[in-house]
Design a protein around this ligand. Structure first.
Ligand SMILES: [Ca+2]
Ligand SMILES: [Ca+2]
Length: 181
């Protein structure tokens, strides 16, 4: 396993560790409650398997403009209305931070991602000028009318070169904060 792969897994674990255990307990409770109430129809959670971002590849913008990313193709097997919430946004390039009083030509600073708890993510259309392209990992939580949930992770990239896909180093940095620890 390469050093990079190890960091990638560590970032992934950090991104999910706090919430996922509670969420899975919640799914179990919902299922138990449905049975306890004698429901004849068992509710199925939303289906996140085909989830996709409205834009998967962004062109680098020298102004560091935020692009809106909507969440597509999450459905519910029962036809329930599904509520979408951006759960977290991570990226494989460090978030630039300018310390107070620092003299620099850096322009596009934290955050690089916004829209947590809303149905639309916003990420900066920028990448490191010396990197191999930036990849954002946007986690979405979908909830149906009976509080059953599914999670999807959407990737949105900003390649460094046209016709050359960005290389994904994994969800290493919280796009909202340079030091989430
Ligand atoms: Ca359902
Ligand atoms: Ca990269």
């Amino acid at each position: 396993m390469t050093h990079l792969a190890a960091k990638s897994i560590a970032g992934w674990v950090a991104a999910f560790a706090a919430a996922s255990a509670l969420e899975f307990v919640a799914i179990g409770l919902q299922t138990s409650l449905a049975v306890a109430h004698g429901d004849h129809v068992v509710n199925s959670p939303p289906d996140c398997t085909s989830a996709a971002p409205s834009k998967a590849v962004l062109e680098n913008d020298k102004q560091g403009t935020f692009e809106e990313i909507k969440v597509l193709d999450i459905t519910d097997p029962d036809g329930d209305e599904v509520t979408l919430e951006i759960f977290n946004i991570w990226q494989d390039e460090p978030v630039i931070v300018i310390e107070p009083g620092e003299k620099t030509k850096k322009k596009h600073t934290t955050p690089d991602g916004m829209g947590i708890d809303t149905d639309t993510a916003q990420v900066r259309a920028e990448r490191d000028n010396k990197g191999d392209g930036r990849v954002y990992h946007i986690t979405v939580r979908a909830t149906d009318e009976h509080d059953a949930i599914c999670f999807a992770v959407l990737t949105v990239s900003v390649p460094r070169h046209k016709n050359k896909p960005a290389i994904d180093g994994g969800p290493l940095y919280d796009s909202r904060n340079p030091d989430p620890s």
